[in-house]
Design a protein around this ligand. Structure first.
Ligand SMILES: [Fe+2]
Length: 212
């Protein structure tokens, strides 16, 4: 028997994100995607699966919180995030054919690889969906957002969005100032937001790697 202080040594040092999520720890699930032309709403895992850690997402500038989606009206934690980051604008996007004009066209646009000049901030209140972001090797990482997940994609990151097989999501959209939803489809290497993203998250990561 190990003394209690050493008992943790008996446990595996690494737990996959999937295992953590299954145990109900609030960790977002993300993975490297298999390139394929099959239905975009399928998970597109590689074989074997390649989960991506929260740290790796943070290195790309992606921020994440898990909040209580039943209490968004009165949620102090949400309020604090909004105040600290200046997210004074808020609205809702209910993605179902009855509530969205040009539903099919919109979904198509969301899934076309693009950037924005500002952060994309989404809080999933109901349903689920996938945000795909490019890593520094230009590979797709699929981020599965479900009820209570809130993510921020930094300005200038190449990304796209799709519903998953559940076919429904209700999102809160937040914004700093007057909202601008304009999407700039790839390539956008000369866009100021892209240049800044590259400086902050691609070049710096490269320098850090070389230093090792
Ligand atoms: Fe977007």
């Amino acid at each position: 028997m190990l003394p209690e202080s050493l008992a943790h040594l008996n446990k595996p040092a690494f737990q996959s994100l999937h295992e953590q999520r299954t145990e109900n720890k609030m960790v977002i699930e993300a993975w490297h995607m298999e390139e394929s032309n099959e239905d975009q709403r399928l998970p597109h895992h590689r074989n074997p699966k390649e989960f991506v850690s929260m740290n790796k997402l943070a290195d790309l500038g992606v921020l994440y919180w898990h909040l209580n989606p039943k209490n968004y009206d009165n949620d102090k934690e949400l309020q604090k995030i909004r105040e600290e980051r200046g997210y004074n604008y808020m609205d809702f996007l209910d993605l179902c054919p009855e509530k969205v004009e040009n539903y099919e066209q919109k979904l198509k646009n969301f899934f076309t690889e693009h950037i924005h000049g500002d952060e994309e901030i989404r809080y999933c209140l109901e349903g689920s969906g996938y945000f795909d972001v490019r890593d520094n090797d230009d590979r797709w990482i699929r981020i599965w957002i479900r009820e209570g997940d809130m993510i921020v994609l930094p300005a200038g990151i190449y990304h796209r969005f799709t519903l998953d097989a559940g076919n429904y999501v209700k999102l809160m959209r937040l914004f700093l100032g007057e909202p601008v939803w304009t999407a700039y489809n790839r390539p956008q290497e000369e866009h100021p937001a892209r240049k800044e993203y590259t400086r902050n998250f691609v070049e710096k990561a490269g320098v850090a790697l070389e230093a090792h």
